[in-house]
Ligand binder design. Sequence first.
Ligand code: DHB
Length: 369
Amino acid sequence: ALAQETVRIGLILPMTGPSASTGREIEAAARLYMQQNGATVAGKTIELIVKDDTGVADVTKRLAQELVVKDKVAVLAGFGLTPLAAAVAPISTQAKVPQVIMAAATAATTEASPFIVRTSFTLPQVTVPLADWAAQNGIKTVVTLVSDYGPGLDAQKAFAERFGKAGGTVTEQLQVPLKNPDFAPFLQRVADAKPDAVFVFVPSGFGAIFMKQFVERGLDKSGIRLIATGDVTDDEQLDRIGDVALGTITTHHYSAAHDSPENKAFVAAFLAANNGLRPNFMAVGGYDGMHLIYEALKKTGGATDGQGLLDAMKGMSWTSVRGPISIDPDTRDIVQNVYVRKVEQKDGALYNVEFATIEAVKDPVKAAK
Ligand code: DHB
């Protein structure tokens, strides 16, 4: 018999460096998806090629070029940080290869190539509901503190605009360098400004160091409330952060504690396959990204031409472990529920426990255009 044709998926991730947890989570989720769903789709053998870009954009770009030219991948996927996704956009455009963004979350990134599709989230998408929550819960003044690059600047802007419209005031906007961040001087500014709350975004994997410095500066005892996107109370780090996180209000699209049969099965399988590593929102972006690729291949009957795959992805909807999601056919960005959560003890560990849901949220930046 003829050997089955192979469809290659190039998965480029930061497997080393400061965002290594993102790479580890997404790779584990992609492998779990394949283990659960098999390596044959529409009569083709799926081969996953994982590459470590170390979190450096020039490396991401070179790896993407090699994957397209030498390995003839049908899909490029992964992209742990915004600059890494952006570096590949010209390649996906030129080669007409779908670029599935499983992690990066700056709103504008999807506009960098018509071949980009996103299964993660956008910072404005998760930040607007938090500004609403703050305004509705007695918070009148806020200092914002974000990592100084795309997603942080998105979060800062979305928070200030929405909170301002709701009658609140952002009194100061602080940006902390992304690389080797020292939060101490910025936290001192927050302490001196004495706002009702400090709103924080740092990328996945940086929450623990932020919280450590938050405590060292005495901010936990200052009476200033901490509110954040769920990146800060990342499931991969939350239990190590410890009790200081208790009570923190965050908004995000995924919690490992999300109460659905799909998620319970996913978390149990992920923990079992990864020595107890808890899946975080990055893992879910990877798991759903693989689902999107598999389902697109089913729709095309295994055909791998880039435009055909892209068209198959547009408008697709399914029940994710995070809740119902779809790919907006106009923007190629994800539409999903955003949850308001509180850090609580549950079954002897810390979790982001969801207590309110805003349904079917589109990226507000693109929705306003
Ligand atoms: C990005 C990276 C993250 O780890 C995160 O939690 C959110 C956004 C980014 O670079 O886009």
